[in-house]
Design a protein around this ligand. Sequence first.
Ligand code: HEC
Length: 397
Amino acid sequence: MIEAHLQEWLELSLRWAHLTVGIAWIGASFYFNWLENRLIRQQSVNPSIEGDLWAIHGGGFYHVQKYEVAPDELPAQLHWFKWEAYFTWFTGLALLVLIFYGNANAYLLDQSVAQIAPWQGITIGVATLAISWIFYDLMCRSAFAERHMLLALIIFTYFCLLTILLCNTFSGRGAFIHVGSAIGTVMVLNVMAVIVPSQKSLVRAMETGGERDAALGRAGLTRSRHNNYLTLPVLFIMISSHYPSTFSSSWNWLILIGIAVAGIVVRHYFNVRHLPGTKWWLLLVGAGIFVLIALMTLPESRSTLDTVKSVSIENVRSVIHERCTVCHSAAPVHTDFQVAPGGIVMDTDEQINTLASRIYTTSVATRSMPIGNLSQMTEAERQLIGDWYAQLGRTSQ
Ligand code: HEC
């Protein structure tokens, strides 16, 4: 009991920290992108200033200037905005280990997808993060580096293949979180290994009066563009584990890729919206893809209601007590779940009836439960829950 409680609070503190530093990182990145796009270019007034911008926020006026190259003298204090990225990664990794590796059978693996042992799954998971960075970094340093669209296409294809591969190796949740972690790792290492060094070379050039490393400068710009387009896909993945109709679907890989594309298109809209010309159609395309996926994942309708077998609550109770209450009980007996997950308890008929639609959604429509099918629910039992739910709908009409 104590152990489960401590685990919950450790998870809570890490998730809270992860979300907070993540907001600080992505928030600063959104702000600087916006700033760059909205600067009033006014070189004619002062040739060393590329542009400036006035803003009002929190009860004060702010005046920001961007230098054409650099100020004559290095300011005493210069803010770098890098720790947010590093801490987001560290807290994210800690959560991955705590949740997905700490209880791999439930969260990471699904024996109906691939029969692998926890240590194998964890090895594949960790390798995925390393390989993704190595491949991405090699591509960015290759002959494709200067051909931006081609480079973007190669990276996109890589992540699509990774998604397909992982969706055939891990549980839906496990696959999604690893695609997200791989993208997140690429983004953080972009900051650490390229963007910050590129900025350092700029500062060093100023101090010594020497030349800035131009190639490094270009690489920094490319990588920060990539990071910019990856933000919305990664944010979707991070919240997806609350939405079984995305990760539990047999088309989960396509859903992830589709929503990622919608996110990239929407991000692109915000990147180009200050330019002349109509751009709102980009938002429509993004929303269109999203709605299409929502429709695509619609559960099959049970049009043959009349053929539904009559199911008694005794039958339902016995299935649920066999397959669900090992975890979802006031006193669970499962060794890894000493407290009912999500506070969901199905001990009594009343609780079962109250939870009917969620029981149906998780065990029949999306099959996200029993988690990892650890309690080995059979097809016939899912069918029985489906019939019971259809019957409930009919009697309540
Ligand atoms: C081995 C343990 C285990 C078993 C068995 C199990 N669950 Fe769960 N269940 C969990 C865990 C863990 C979560 C929390 C998942 C998360 O973190 O999102 C959960 C969450 C839920 C939720 C709330 C989340 C949601 O998506 O709505 C429902 C409803 C649910 N389970 C239904 C069921 C049903 C119905 C069964 C039996 C057919 C079942 N569970 C069997 C572990 C289990």
